[in-house]
Design a binder for this molecule. Sequence first.
Ligand code: ATP
Ligand code: MTE
Length: 211
Amino acid sequence: MSVFQPLVREHPDQLLVGLVSISDRAASGTYEDQGIPALQSWLTGALTRPPQCVSRLIPDDVGQISATLIHLVDRLGCDLILTTGGTGPARRDVTPEATLAVGSREMPGFGEQMRQISLQFVPTAILSRQVAVIREKPGHAALIINLPGQPRAIQETLEGLKEADGKVLTPGIFAAVPYCIDLIGGPYVETHDHIVKAFRPKSAIRGDGVK
Ligand SMILES: Nc1ncnc2c1ncn2[C@@H]1O[C@H](COP(=O)(O)OP(=O)(O)OP(=O)(O)O)[C@@H](O)[C@H]1O
Ligand SMILES: Nc1nc2c(c(=O)[nH]1)N[C@H]1C(S)=C(S)[C@@H](COP(=O)(O)O)O[C@H]1N2
């Protein structure tokens, strides 16, 4: 299949996802990328319907990051893009700038919530500059969210903080993703409640019982 060919949903409710790992050292082979496998396995476990994922491993280069995001949304038609890495204060950390450059609208709640969650794991969460945006094109829109680069931070931020019995202490950001995707015209996404319970207002919950 050509890399320019739009993705085709296998079901109207299938989520089309772009996974982007941004790391100079993983992209150059200095160490093995753990970002894409962690994103992929978390999504596979959390969604009731398997998503269709495309992945990219790229260095911390602002032009390359923006171009990758544009390609995934505009050419391939992704509904959701999760990036990992490059959100800290180091000079090479440019993921937030590259993301803001391609967004039509900023969604500040995602970054705020991620820092709330992460502060319960590491005090250096205050150093993370993650952003989320919506990129809107005629007839299509996508949500793009930056996650931190630490592979274990992927589960922490998407899923939130829970007690041993599963009681949610701080909701993960993915709880708000399905309704956001609804609102921007994407597929109806459902999650396994024990991993992350998706929140929708009652009026937005699909009543036909179709899973
Ligand atoms: N894709 C990845 N795969 C495995 N580990 C990673 C990955 N990205 C980051 N890490 C780990 O998380 C740490 C913090 O991530 P950060 O994005 O700040 O990386 P970095 O220090 O800027 O270096 P690099 O961009 O070369 O990964 C890294 O130092 C590394 O230990
Ligand atoms: N949940 C979680 N969030 C986290 C971390 C972590 O280990 N777990 N690391 C922090 C650190 S040390 C930094 S510098 C920032 C930015 O990381 P990045 O440059 O890898 O994106 O994320 C922060 N957020």
